[in-house]
Design a protein. Structure first.
Length: 135
Protein backbone atom coordinates (compact mmCIF):
# COMPACT_ATOMS: atom_id res chain seq x y z
CA UNK A 1 0.00 0.00 0.00
CA UNK A 2 2.83 2.44 0.85
CA UNK A 3 5.93 2.80 -1.31
CA UNK A 4 7.33 5.98 0.17
CA UNK A 5 9.45 6.20 3.33
CA UNK A 6 7.75 7.12 6.57
CA UNK A 7 9.80 10.32 6.86
CA UNK A 8 7.05 12.30 5.10
CA UNK A 9 4.78 11.53 8.07
CA UNK A 10 7.04 12.99 10.75
CA UNK A 11 5.72 15.71 13.06
CA UNK A 12 2.20 14.33 12.89
CA UNK A 13 0.17 13.27 15.91
CA UNK A 14 -0.80 9.89 14.46
CA UNK A 15 1.49 7.09 13.24
CA UNK A 16 2.21 6.75 9.55
CA UNK A 17 0.14 3.55 9.27
CA UNK A 18 -3.03 5.32 10.45
CA UNK A 19 -2.51 8.29 8.14
CA UNK A 20 -1.82 5.99 5.20
CA UNK A 21 -4.89 3.87 5.97
CA UNK A 22 -7.18 6.90 6.19
CA UNK A 23 -5.94 8.34 2.89
CA UNK A 24 -6.15 4.92 1.24
CA UNK A 25 -9.77 4.48 2.42
CA UNK A 26 -10.72 7.86 1.01
CA UNK A 27 -9.23 7.23 -2.43
CA UNK A 28 -9.93 3.51 -2.77
CA UNK A 29 -13.65 3.51 -1.87
CA UNK A 30 -16.41 6.04 -2.60
CA UNK A 31 -16.38 7.43 0.94
CA UNK A 32 -16.83 10.92 2.27
CA UNK A 33 -14.43 12.37 4.81
CA UNK A 34 -17.02 11.80 7.54
CA UNK A 35 -17.34 8.15 6.48
CA UNK A 36 -13.58 7.72 6.86
CA UNK A 37 -13.81 9.40 10.27
CA UNK A 38 -16.54 6.92 11.28
CA UNK A 39 -14.58 3.90 10.05
CA UNK A 40 -11.53 4.97 12.01
CA UNK A 41 -13.71 5.62 15.09
CA UNK A 42 -14.98 2.01 14.88
CA UNK A 43 -11.35 0.93 15.23
CA UNK A 44 -10.88 3.17 18.25
CA UNK A 45 -9.03 5.96 16.44
CA UNK A 46 -10.49 9.37 17.17
CA UNK A 47 -9.75 11.63 14.21
CA UNK A 48 -11.83 14.54 12.94
CA UNK A 49 -12.88 14.73 9.32
CA UNK A 50 -10.93 18.00 9.02
CA UNK A 51 -7.74 16.15 9.93
CA UNK A 52 -8.51 13.46 7.35
CA UNK A 53 -9.09 16.23 4.81
CA UNK A 54 -5.67 17.73 5.55
CA UNK A 55 -4.05 14.29 5.18
CA UNK A 56 -5.82 13.75 1.86
CA UNK A 57 -4.57 17.08 0.52
CA UNK A 58 -1.02 16.52 1.77
CA UNK A 59 -0.49 12.79 1.04
CA UNK A 60 -3.30 11.91 -1.35
CA UNK A 61 -1.61 12.46 -4.69
CA UNK A 62 0.77 9.53 -4.20
CA UNK A 63 -2.08 7.18 -3.25
CA UNK A 64 -4.26 8.32 -6.15
CA UNK A 65 -1.44 7.67 -8.62
CA UNK A 66 -0.83 4.18 -7.19
CA UNK A 67 -4.52 3.28 -7.38
CA UNK A 68 -4.80 4.56 -10.95
CA UNK A 69 -1.73 2.57 -11.96
CA UNK A 70 -3.16 -0.62 -10.46
CA UNK A 71 -6.59 -0.06 -11.97
CA UNK A 72 -4.97 0.01 -15.41
CA UNK A 73 -3.59 -3.47 -14.75
CA UNK A 74 0.08 -2.70 -14.07
CA UNK A 75 0.78 -5.40 -11.52
CA UNK A 76 4.06 -7.06 -10.61
CA UNK A 77 5.19 -10.09 -12.60
CA UNK A 78 5.34 -12.48 -9.63
CA UNK A 79 2.03 -13.86 -8.37
CA UNK A 80 0.97 -16.65 -6.07
CA UNK A 81 -2.26 -18.48 -5.36
CA UNK A 82 -3.33 -18.25 -1.72
CA UNK A 83 -5.77 -20.68 -0.10
CA UNK A 84 -7.67 -19.79 3.06
CA UNK A 85 -10.42 -21.62 4.96
CA UNK A 86 -13.07 -19.23 6.28
CA UNK A 87 -16.19 -19.82 8.32
CA UNK A 88 -19.35 -18.02 7.23
CA UNK A 89 -22.50 -18.58 9.30
CA UNK A 90 -20.92 -21.69 10.78
CA UNK A 91 -20.11 -23.31 7.41
CA UNK A 92 -16.61 -23.86 6.02
CA UNK A 93 -15.68 -22.21 2.75
CA UNK A 94 -12.43 -22.16 0.80
CA UNK A 95 -11.19 -18.79 -0.39
CA UNK A 96 -8.64 -18.80 -3.20
CA UNK A 97 -6.89 -15.50 -3.91
CA UNK A 98 -4.43 -14.59 -6.64
CA UNK A 99 -1.99 -12.13 -5.04
CA UNK A 100 0.88 -10.22 -6.65
CA UNK A 101 4.27 -9.63 -5.03
CA UNK A 102 3.14 -6.33 -3.46
CA UNK A 103 0.17 -7.99 -1.76
CA UNK A 104 -2.49 -6.64 -4.11
CA UNK A 105 -5.35 -9.12 -4.58
CA UNK A 106 -5.88 -9.62 -8.31
CA UNK A 107 -8.92 -11.90 -8.06
CA UNK A 108 -10.67 -14.15 -5.55
CA UNK A 109 -12.82 -17.27 -5.65
CA UNK A 110 -15.02 -18.54 -2.80
CA UNK A 111 -16.11 -22.20 -2.83
CA UNK A 112 -18.17 -24.39 -0.52
CA UNK A 113 -15.92 -27.37 -1.35
CA UNK A 114 -12.20 -27.52 -1.91
CA UNK A 115 -11.77 -27.67 -5.67
CA UNK A 116 -8.22 -27.33 -6.90
CA UNK A 117 -9.22 -27.48 -10.58
CA UNK A 118 -11.45 -24.40 -10.22
CA UNK A 119 -8.65 -22.54 -8.44
CA UNK A 120 -6.21 -23.36 -11.24
CA UNK A 121 -8.83 -22.18 -13.78
CA UNK A 122 -8.87 -18.86 -11.90
CA UNK A 123 -5.09 -18.59 -12.26
CA UNK A 124 -5.17 -19.53 -15.96
CA UNK A 125 -7.85 -16.88 -16.57
CA UNK A 126 -5.65 -14.24 -14.94
CA UNK A 127 -2.61 -15.33 -16.94
CA UNK A 128 -4.65 -15.24 -20.16
CA UNK A 129 -5.90 -11.70 -19.39
CA UNK A 130 -2.36 -10.62 -18.54
CA UNK A 131 -1.01 -12.02 -21.85
CA UNK A 132 -3.73 -10.28 -23.87
CA UNK A 133 -2.87 -6.91 -22.27
CA UNK A 134 0.83 -7.22 -23.09
CA UNK A 135 0.45 -8.25 -26.72
Amino acid sequence: MIEEPFTRYQRHRFPAEIIAHAVWLYYRFPLSLRDVEDLLAERGIEVSFQTVSEWVVKFGLKFACQLRRRSRGNFTDKWHLDELVVSIKGRKYWLWRAVDAEGYVLDALLQSRRNKKAALRLMRKLLKNRASRRG
